[in-house]
Write a protein that binds this ligand. Structure first.
Ligand code: MLT
Length: 407
């Protein structure tokens, strides 16, 4: 008899963004004349930068000749891309990351979801609330939590991010092994200072814990005093793995390319207490379950590090940040308290009502899709998230419609 992994039955309904997509489709079917403006899932709308397109075309042409053709590439990514990443994103900022500590992949969602496989089922996880649902759901699937009741999974240490702590959680008061942090934060758009991040690195070093640091939105940081990578913090290479993505900064949500940094100094422990390098373990997992990102996509990602590519990526980021500023200003003027939008493409808005009710109100009255905060955790109740990823024209129209519908 084939039996299922019962842990899947602990999961709550469907994945948040699929649930929202279903509701939006239903609404559109019932209101075929309404044009819906999507500020829900953080999906980019502008075309790929021309530097990427040129590199993409060139690589496809190479694949058309016997000399230029490539079959399986290295699972960890081609050296040209690993070198560009390590040099520009880390060494240029004073963080000594070697090329072979970079693992190129098809998405930070997959990497942040998969990394927990390296750890024992008994690992105690610390997860922010609210949180990008992938971190929590993948641990539920792996059986690292108890059942769900009253908005929480048993056995998980929740790190509450609230207005009171400026949406930067306090250190856990009980021992934890695996800590998920994301800054600039999805969904709250909050940021963390170097001093605050250092307290987490110090905690992990003192407690033999590991930090999984999701920096998928680092390109949106405008404040130069904020850390762009956790490896700017002394000692972080021993206790932190970092996830990055080209999705939002390079327009790659549909093209798929990201990377994970696993420093060789980064350790976990065997049952007998002896240390083991995570680099070798992740390499083993990656080679077993992944066959690399396609050559043309890696050439397109490499082009983001050329002078032209960097300028074009900055222009993309600036474009979306102008939207973010507009959303934050408009919602603040309507009397809502907002976080994010200054160093992040997400604006976290205290809605003065139940967050699914606010979702329905914006959809029904303004034809605007947001993400209800409750979908990100118990502490998200009462909030909604608006994303800056859409055209400036659509964002302006969405704000006009919201003003009219709330007037
Ligand atoms: C989001 O809207 O939270 C993200 O776009 C989801 C993702 O990157 O998977």
């Amino acid at each position: 008899m084939i039996t299922i992994n019962e842990h899947y039955n602990k999961l709550q309904a469907s994945y948040l963004f699929s649930d929202i997509a279903k509701r939006v489709t239903r609404y559109q079917d019932e209101n075929p004349d309404q044009t819906i403006i999507k500020l829900g899932i953080g999906d980019v709308t502008k075309p790929l930068p021309s530097a990427c397109i040129a590199a993409f075309h060139k690589a496809v042409e190479e694949m058309a000749s016997a000399e230029g053709f490539r079959g399986y590439g290295p699972e960890q990514g081609y050296e040209f891309l690993r070198e560009a990443i390590a040099e520009h994103d880390f060494r240029a900022r004073g963080a000594e990351i070697a090329n072979d500590e970079i693992f190129v992949s098809d998405g930070a969602k997959c990497d942040t979801g998969n990394f927990q496989e390296l750890f024992s089922p008994a690992t105690v996880i610390a997860i922010p609330d609210p949180v990008y649902p992938v971190y929590l759901d993948t641990n539920v699937m792996a059986g690292r939590t108890g059942t769900f009741s009253d908005g929480r999974y048993k056995g998980v240490v929740y790190l509450e991010s609230t207005r009171e702590n400026n949406f930067v959680p306090a250190l856990p008061t009980q021992p934890v092994d695996l800590i998920y942090l994301c800054f600039p934060n999805n969904p709250t758009g909050s940021t963390i200072s170097k001093e605050e991040l250092k307290t987490w690195v110090d905690y992990a070093r003192q407690n033999k814990a590991l930090i999984l640091f999701d920096a998928a939105y680092e390109a949106f940081i405008k404040d130069e005093s904020l850390p762009k990578t956790i490896y700017e913090i002394e000692g972080a290479k021993e206790v932190a793995v970092e996830f990055r993505s080209f999705s939002k900064s390079g327009g790659f949500t549909g093209t798929r390319c990201a990377y994970t940094v696993v420093p060789k100094d980064c350790m976990a422990y065997k049952g007998d207490g002896t240390r083991q390098e995570l680099h070798g373990l992740w390499n083993r997992r990656h080679c077993t379950k992944f066959d690399g990102v396609s050559y043309p996509v890696q050439r397109a990602a490499e082009a983001l590090y050329s002078r032209e590519g960097k300028q074009q990526s900055e222009q993309l980021v600036d474009y979306y940040m102008k939207n973010a500023e507009l959303i934050r200003t408009a919602m603040s003027e309507l009397g809502f308290s907002c976080v994010g939008g200054d160093n992040s493409p997400y604006i976290w808005i205290e809605g003065k009502m139940d967050s699914w009710k606010f979702f329905d109100l914006l959809l029904d009255e303004a034809g605007v899709v947001c993400t209800p905060g409750a979908g990100f955790g118990k502490c998200g109740e009462g909030y909604i998230r608006l994303s800056a990823f859409n055209s400036f024209e659509n964002v302006s129209l969405a704000m006009e419609r919201i003003k009219d519908s709330l007037a």
